[in-house]
Structure formats: C-alpha cells, structure tokens
Design a protein around this ligand. Structure first.
Ligand SMILES: C[S@@+](CC[C@H](N)C(=O)[O-])C[C@H]1O[C@@H](n2cnc3c(N)ncnc32)[C@H](O)[C@@H]1O
Length: 270
C-alpha cells in the first residue's frame, strides 16, 4: 500500500473542499500575508505528505510546532521550557541536518523554520525518534518571525544552510542574504552570536561574502576575510549532497555579531 497522502480534496472524501489539510497542524499562509506586496525568498509548493509525516504533524505539531502568524512576541524560555541559548535555522528542508545538530548539542535550543509541510512532518518525526526535546518547528516566513515575533537580542545564532540560490538574474532579488535581511537579523542576534551561512552556488557565496563583509554589525571570523573551512559540526545537508553530485563547490561563511555601538543604545534619559 502506498505511504502517501495526496493533497487533492477530491481524493480525500472526508475533507470538504477548502478545509485545512491538518486542522491541528501547520496552517497555509499563517500570517495572512499572501497578498502582501513583498518579494519572498521561497517558492510556495504543494508537496506530497507521506502517511508518516502526516501522523507526526497530527501527534507532535500541538506539542512542538507553531505557526508564524506575526501576532505575538514569542517567549522563548516558555516555548522550550528552559533558558538555554536559542539558534534559529531558516530553511531546514527535510530537517536531517537539523536533527543531527540538535542531537549533538542538547544544551542548545533549535528554532527550526520552513514553509515546507513534508519537511516539518519529517523533522518532527526525527526529533521524536531521536528523543530530542530541543527542537521547535515554525511554519511560515522567517522574515515575519524575525520582524514580528522575536525580541531584540533573542538569538544566540542563526543558520542559513543552502538557501534557494535563485540563479536567474531576474530572481536575484528573491535571495535571502541581502543587506536588508542582514540588518533585520542583526537586531535579533545578541552580540557575539554567529551567523552561519553555507551555499553550493558560487555566485551566491560571493554575494553573501560581499553583503556580510560590508555590514557594520558583523565581522568575519576568518582573519583573511574569506570563506571559512567547512566546520566539522555542520552535517552534510540534503541540498548540499545534490550540489556536490553536480560538482558544485560548497562555501561556508561564519560571521560574528559585533557588540552594540553606543549610538545604538537608547538615550540615558529615555
Ligand atoms: C534549497 S532548500 C535547503 C534546505 C536545507 N537547508 C538543505 O540544505 O537541505 C531552502 C529551504 O528554505 C526554505 N525557505 C526559503 N525562504 C524561507 C523563508 N523566508 N522562511 C522560511 N523558510 C524559507 C524553503 O522552503 C526550502 O525548504
């Protein structure tokens, strides 16, 4: 018997047309931002959700998942049940690398965000099977999470592994790593936090290096100002494997959030 659940309502006689796929699970367009005139870094895709992923979404979403609805600032201590450092990962895909990193570092909380429903189910399953309690899964646009739902200095790190490369020139504006995004991320990263990016698309790697090097809130951890050697703690990701199969070169970038400048502090009499 097939393991897959098809998303088409007509093949789900029990679900009326227009009803949510997962009533207690991740919602489509949780922030209601579909009609917002904003360029997005992801391509909405309707993908097949396997029975195993659907089961994980049903069982575990109420416990470990949350919608990025832009409606509140998250209390991260409450979300994770402890005050351990929190690292945000944007775009975890199917979540294999995320789960491995969470298992290797149980003292760090991982806020893992993507819009991809099968990946959300997959990561919940991996966390459950691995007995990992330090992962929470956010559904929606990470920009809205950063902008509306995280307090200043909330994060101890940010990971962006193999973001969509948007190779066509007319799509470059959809790339995540741009000055505006880096400025927004900087406000949510405490001083000393590491922004770790990796990509197998060399022109994008060059863009990342240029944008991050020019940004006043970050400093390269590499004394020579270049790419970092691949850190041992970063597992091979699914997209990375596909890139390597095509002969692509992988580059890692590790930049540190610099201390707040005095000009960024509120005035003494405020
Ligand atoms: C090319 S995939 C890489 C996945 C994974 N990191 C890997 O290396 O296998 C990029 C992922 O980022 C997600 N993504 C892109 N922009 C996003 C955003 N603004 N908010 C949340 N997820 C995003 C996409 O849905 C996609 O799953």
């Amino acid at each position: 018997m097939s393991d897959s659940l098809n998303s088409s309502a007509s093949r789900h006689p029990g679900r009326p047309k227009g009803a949510p796929r997962f009533p207690e699970g991740p919602q489509a367009d949780p922030a209601g931002s579909h009609f917002e005139r904003r360029i997005r870094s992801f391509q909405p895709r309707r993908s097949r959700v396997t029975a195993g992923q659907a089961d994980a979404l049903k069982r575990l979403w109420p416990k470990w998942g949350f919608d990025i609805d832009g409606g509140r600032v998250i209390d991260l201590g409450e979300l994770f049940g402890n005050d351990n450092p929190v690292v945000l990962e944007i775009g975890f895909g199917m979540g294999e690398a995320t789960a491995q990193m969470a298992a290797a570092d149980p003292g760090t909380n991982i806020l893992a965000v993507d819009v991809h429903t099968p990946g959300q189910g997959n990561l919940l399953n991996l966390a459950d099977r691995g007995g990992l309690t330090n992962i929470r899964v956010g559904n929606g646009d990470a920009i809205i999470l950063l902008r509306e739902m995280l307090a200043p200095d909330a994060l101890d790190g940010l990971r962006v592994f193999f973001p969509d490369p948007w190779p066509k020139k007319r799509h470059h504006k959809r790339r995540l790593i741009q000055p505006e995004f880096v400025s927004l991320a900087a406000t949510r990263l405490r001083p000393g936090a590491i922004l770790h990016c990796a990509t197998d698309w060399e022109p994008y790697a060059e863009q990342m290096l240029e944008v991050l090097t020019a940004h006043p809130d970050f400093v390269n951890t590499q004394a020579d100002g270049g790419f970092a050697p691949r850190p041992e703690f970063r597992p091979l990701t699914r997209f990375e494997g596909q890139g390597l199969d095509k002969g692509h070169v992988v580059n890692d970038l590790l930049f540190r959030r610099v201390p707040h400048t005095t000009s960024a502090q509120p005035p003494a009499d405020a």
